[in-house]
Design a protein around this ligand. Structure first.
Ligand code: HEM
Length: 227
């Protein structure tokens, strides 16, 4: 089976969506653990950012891999949403009482809103165009002061709130995506699906708490600026 036949079949696209989704899920967990270093202070977070940067080409390979996963995930998701609409010309009129959840029925919209968040997030922290006055500071050791950028950004209520709401949407998306991907890949079957659904919701709740604790703690002044 070649790439063309995988991408042109409906089940192939579902597998692409599941694999890319699980890869992005892994990134979200690793990124959260890295970001939580902010609770250990400026040296820990800035040192971590510096170490990542020093990976050089390896970091770029990871970034390109991440970008490919994002593109594949969005493309396969949009194809699937279109196929579902075409298979249901009467909308939900003929729908029987199938078991579904709010997270499952809002996957396309929560996914697109998370994408909008990611675009803003990259402009904010990676390309550093939204807060130029605090984006290029250096810490006492001459490193890029990622800590101060994050803390001072979240002193602005609209920014802290936007992140908080985005983390609700992200965890909603992941809470269904996890078990759905495992089902597509045949890892979750009829008897184990319920357990994986619970596991997905639990991991999504941990992801929400982990990420949202950062804007919350900065805004409340629990994490203080070092400058
Ligand atoms: C409170 C929540 C978050 C904080 C404080 C945070 C913080 C950061 C920071 C500081 C950077 C820049 C790192 C650097 O340039 O050294 C970054 C990059 C990035 N973040 Fe986040 N992040 C958060 C949530 C997320 C979420 C939920 C996602 C994805 C769904 C995400 C995806 C990314 C991506 C793709 C990059 C670019 C990575 C790279 O190019 O190396 N972030 N984040």
């Amino acid at each position: 089976m070649n790439w063309q036949s995988i991408l042109s079949s409906s089940i192939g696209r579902k597998v692409v969506m599941a694999v890319s989704g699980l890869a992005l899920f892994g990134f979200v967990i690793i990124h959260m653990l890295g970001n939580l270093l902010i609770f250990a202070g400026p040296a820990a977070l800035n040192g971590y950012a510096e170490k990542l940067e020093s990976l050089g080409e390896i970091l770029w390979v990871a970034r390109i891999g991440l970008m490919v996963m994002v593109v594949l995930h969005i493309w396969s998701g949009l194809c699937l949403a279109r196929e579902n609409r075409q298979a249901r010309p009467l909308g939900y009129l003929g729908k029987k009482n199938t078991r579904t959840t709010f997270a499952a029925t809002t996957m396309a919209i929560s996914g697109l809103l998370v994408l909008a968040y990611i675009i803003f997030h990259l402009l904010h922290f990676t390309f550093r165009v939204t807060h130029p006055q605090i984006s290029h500071l250096l810490d006492a050791d001459g490193r890029r002061d990622v800590y101060t950028l994050v803390v001072l950004s979240f002193h602005e209520l609209p920014i802290a709130l936007a992140y908080f709401v985005s983390m609700i949407l992200l965890s909603l998306h992941l809470s269904h995506g996890f078990s759905s991907a495992l089902q597509t890949l045949g890892i979750a079957n009829e008897s184990s699906l319920h357990g994986y659904e619970k596991m997905g919701r639990l991991i999504a709740a941990v992801i929400f708490l982990g990420y949202s604790s950062i804007p919350t703690a900065c805004w409340l002044g629990i994490i203080k600026a070092s400058h």
